[in-house]
Unconditional design. Structure first.
Length: 563
């Protein structure tokens, strides 16, 4: 084998040994040895390869695969600007703790800083956004056994760091792969033997000794404690919510894992009713994950009357208001029901208030026969089959679900809330759906949809998951109509600078990308379209100004219900 081919085959072999089951490729010339090694591994059933023509789409596809599976997923690019297109997904993986592995092929060192074609400085391209980065070095002839040990060790380290095996802080890693020609193999791939062999029995080159059990840190059980759960690991959020919902009210974001049947519906609307909240203010708020969706939650955490305790399983924790008095590793299930430190009556008042607010917003949403974006969020969640996956786009859709939908513990909800961008959401959803195994749905805004329209472009031979993408189309940036830019005093420039109308027929866009698509306008049409299964795009036309008016009406209805 020539050196580049040997390196590529060892790299892929060690990735598989380390638990990689899916890999993503955006094609190129310099990355050819690794691309061919990945294709050979797929032919023998060792992994599943996903190919995309757009590096940004490929990166977010890998992000979705890793986010839904919890396993490291490598994404391979050629050199040059191709590597820069991974950066947004790397940033999201960093903030969300997702084990993304960026594999960037590169020119050898002698071609750097020479003006050589398709050559940039890649070695520290992602800066502090990665947990670890390595410039692997150029494969050379004549050092087979030493290089095999080195390459396998580097791959094992990358996977262990990405999973957070020792740090409990998973996240992205970057391996830069400088390769000299020849880049194509001289032979057919076969079993790696002799100086290229891995550990016996298919074991990874470097394993991890099981970590000792972590000491549980009990929170202080104040009489009035509220759990606020933001975006985070689903299993952790679910365990936390199930442990405390008998004692504490739970305000959970949809992608927190704590958004289960015991969580308060529309908790953010309760927090936005200032008079009611002043009478029911918690003594202590325990924060789990990263709450980022709503201003009322941020205002509560910044309230000097409330003691804030943060729980985190890693060295990173959420404290945007700089108000945390304590940071703990975890919290216990707490005292038995009726214990001396629980104000059960106060907790029941939160539950009753949530029911009243839910009834009030339902009355407003049901009053109009046509689908509003707000009603779409509520009705879509209610219609999902048990066991399905829901991926929520940032901007308004995730916030509408947070405010208006009834929490469901039998649905897996994911969102790219690490950096909360609209980048690559379709690709993330396709990746997550590919490993989910059941029916999958995504709720996106129109700009989020258009921003990643190439995510719909699934090439020949690539699998198409059962994913239904539901798009609320308000012809532009409708979230701004609900924020300060939407106020009448900014009307002169609103449409061009914030509203950004695109005027596109999104059904036609989807069909051009090879997806069946339909537009619906009533709840009955929505239910019928969802029942068809995917891959499919469903478009719901809405109006920016009307949605802003409806948002105000819903807030007012919640306040009135609590008086």
């Amino acid at each position: 084998m020539n050196p580049a081919t040997a390196f590529a085959r060892v790299l892929v072999d060690e990735l598989v040994r380390g638990g990689v089951t899916d890999a993503v490729l955006a094609p190129g010339s310099r990355s050819a040895p690794v691309a061919l090694a990945l294709a050979a591994a797929e032919r023998t059933g060792r992994l599943r390869l996903h190919v995309r023509i757009d590096e940004r789409t490929a990166a977010f596809l890998a992000l979705g695969l890793a986010k839904a599976s919890g396993r490291p997923v490598p994404v391979l690019t050629t050199s040059g600007t191709a590597t820069a297109h991974l950066h947004a997904a790397v940033l999201e993986a960093d903030a969300s703790g997702v084990p993304l592995v960026a594999l960037t092929a590169d020119r050898p060192p002698e071609l750097r800083a020479t003006g050589a074609n398709q050559t940039i400085e890649q070695t520290a391209l992602y800066g502090g956004a990665v947990r670890w980065a390595a410039d692997v070095g150029v494969p050379e002839a004549g050092r087979e056994q030493a290089q095999n040990r080195y390459w396998r060790s580097v791959v094992s380290r990358a996977l262990l760091v990405a999973r957070g095996e020792l740090s409990a802080d998973p996240g992205p890693v970057h391996l830069n792969l400088p390769l000299r020609e020849p880049l194509l193999p001289d032979d057919e791939p076969g079993e790696l033997t002799g100086p290229w062999a891995g550990r016996d029995g298919g074991a990874a080159w470097t394993g991890v000794r099981p970590r000792a059990g972590r000491t549980t840190t009990d929170v202080t059980w104040s009489p009035r404690t509220l759990l606020v759960a933001g975006d985070g690991p689903a299993s952790w959020g679910r365990i936390a919510a199930e442990n405390v919902e008998r004692f504490w009210p739970v305000v959970a974001e949809p992608s927190s894992g704590a958004w289960i049947s015991g969580a308060l519906r529309g908790g953010v609307l309760l927090l936005g009713a200032r008079e009611w909240l002043d009478e029911h203010l918690p003594d202590r708020v325990v924060v789990l994950g990263r709450p980022t969706l709503s201003r009322p939650v941020s205002a509560l955490l910044a309230d000097p009357r409330v003691e804030v305790e943060v729980t985190s399983g890693t060295a990173r924790w959420a404290d945007a208001a700089r108000s945390a008095t304590t940071v703990g590793v975890n919290f216990s299930a707490g005292p038995g029901e009726g214990g001396p430190h629980i104000d059960g009556g106060w907790a029941r008042e939160w539950a009753v208030a949530a029911d009243r607010v839910g009834a009030a917003v339902d009355a407003v949403l049901d009053a109009a026969p046509a689908l509003s974006a707000a009603r779409l969020a509520r009705d879509l969640v209610a219609a999902l089959p048990a066991g399905s996956l829901l991926v929520l786009g940032s901007s308004t859709p995730v916030r509408d679900v947070d405010r208006l939908a009834v929490p469901r513990g039998d649905v897996t909800v994911l969102a790219n809330r690490g950096v909360a961008g609209i980048d690559g959401t379709i690709s993330t959803a396709i990746g997550a759906a590919a490993v989910h195994g059941g029916r999958a749905f995504a709720l996106l805004g129109d700009l989020t949809f258009l921003h990643d329209a190439t995510g719909l472009l699934v090439g020949e031979g690539e699998s198409r998951p059962d994913l239904t993408v539901v798009v609320r189309d308000d012809d532009g940036g409708g979230i701004f109509a609900q924020l300060e830019p939407g106020e009448d005093r900014h009307a002169t420039d609103y449409r061009r600078v914030f509203g950004t109308p695109h005027g596109r027929d999104l059904v036609a866009v989807a069909e051009a990308m090879g997806w069946p698509a339909t537009a619906v306008s009533t709840p009955d049409e929505l239910r019928a379209a969802l029942a068809l299964g995917g891959p499919r795009v469903v478009v719901v036309r809405t109006d920016q100004r009307e949605e802003a008016r409806l948002a105000r009406e819903l807030r007012d209805a919640a306040v009135d219900a609590l008086r």
